[in-house]
Design a protein. Structure first.
Length: 74
C-alpha cells in the first residue's frame, strides 16, 4: 500500500485509509507504537503492557551497557 505524506499544521503526517484502520481495529485518537527496523518502520496499535516492558528493557540496556558490550564480545 502506498501512502502520501501531507502537511498537518507545522508537521508532516500520513493519512491512513479507513480500510487499514478497520483491519488494525484503530480509530481517531488511538495511539500507535512505532518500531524502526532494518527494513523500515513498523506501526502497531499501542499496547500499554508492551510499552512498559520496552521501557524496562531500555533502562536495563542503558544501565548495564558496559556489561552487555562485554557479553557481546564473548
Amino acid at each position: 500500500m502506498e501512502l502520501k505524506l501531507t502537511t498537518v499544521g507545522n508537521s508532516v503526517g500520513v493519512v491512513l485509509p479507513k480500510e487499514l484502520l478497520a483491519r488494525m481495529r484503530l480509530q481517531k485518537g488511538d495511539k500507535l507504537f512505532v518500531t524502526e527496523t532494518t527494513d523500515g518502520v513498523v506501526l502497531r496499535p499501542h499496547d500499554e503492557k508492551i510499552a512498559k516492558q520496552l521501557a524496562v528493557a531500555e533502562r536495563v540496556m542503558r544501565e548495564d551497557r558496559a556489561l552487555l558490550h562485554k557479553l557481546a564480545d564473548s
